[in-house]
Design a protein around this ligand. Structure first.
Ligand SMILES: CC(C)(COP(=O)(O)OP(=O)(O)OC[C@H]1O[C@@H](n2cnc3c(N)ncnc32)[C@H](O)[C@@H]1OP(=O)(O)O)[C@@H](O)C(=O)NCCC(=O)NCCS
Length: 178
């Protein structure tokens, strides 16, 4: 399958049936799900059904994407954009624990933001995280999102919302070039 995004170390491509085992394993880890409000899949078949019914690509033209290490073609998790239930496009990421702390989430998410503004012509992208989810908030800040508000979202009572506009992103690129 053709990659959607390629970075220095990573390939992002659309979900496919063969990701079921990996997605099941990802959501089996309580540490991965701790701050997300997500639930574990009941079985590999449950994950396969999720993938079969995943309609974001056909509905919105974008979605979450599976992330692989370019050097070994190893699955490490997912990252991508989602038109959420509040009508905002949000950036999200989940990685298998053994790949944390290598800068992969930052690298993947930054590329998704560029894709969102450059290819998809979005004007704004938000990020939401549990207040306690320091790693996630750090990633949002490192890719240029700014604190917007405290609120709640599905399954998370104490959350922070961050956002970035295309205008702000372009201004920052301009500032960094001077
Ligand atoms: C959030 C997540 C994707 C980050 O992945 P990652 O590849 O380790 O992230 P990166 O290495 O790109 O960056 C993480 C940053 O957070 C920092 N960080 C990690 N844990 C931290 C903590 N407990 N407190 C403060 N900072 C922390 C890291 O030091 C790093 O910043 P630095 O590069 O300036 O040192 C990963 O931890 C994960 O999958 N968590 C479970 C799922 C999840 O919570 N997703 C987000 C839901 S909103």
């Amino acid at each position: 399958m053709k990659p959607i995004i390629e970075t220095k170390r990573l390939i992002l491509r659309e979900f496919q049936k063969t990701d079921a085992k990996n997605m099941y394993a990802l959501n089996l880890d309580k540490k991965v799900l701790k701050y997300t409000g997500d639930k574990a899949f009941k079985s590999v078949e449950d994950a396969a059904n999720f993938l079969k019914n995943y309609s974001d690509y056909s509905k919105n033209g974008f979605g979450r994407w599976s992330v692989f290490l370019k050097s070994t073609n190893t699955y490490i998790g997912w990252c991508g954009l989602k038109l959420n239930e509040e009508g905002f496009v949000d950036i999200g990421f989940r990685l298998l624990q053994k790949y944390w702390h290598n800068g992969y989430a930052t690298e993947a998410a930054e590329a998704c933001i560029d894709y969102g503004f450059g290819t998809l012509k979005l004007s704004e992208i938000i990020g939401r995280a549990a207040i306690a989810n320091k790693a996630s908030i750090k990633v949002l800040e490192k890719i240029g999102l700014h604190f917007w508000k405290k609120d709640t979202f599905e399954g998370v009572n104490e959350a922070v919302y961050y956002k970035i506009t295309k205008k702000l992103k372009n201004e920052n690129i301009y500032k960094n070039r001077r």
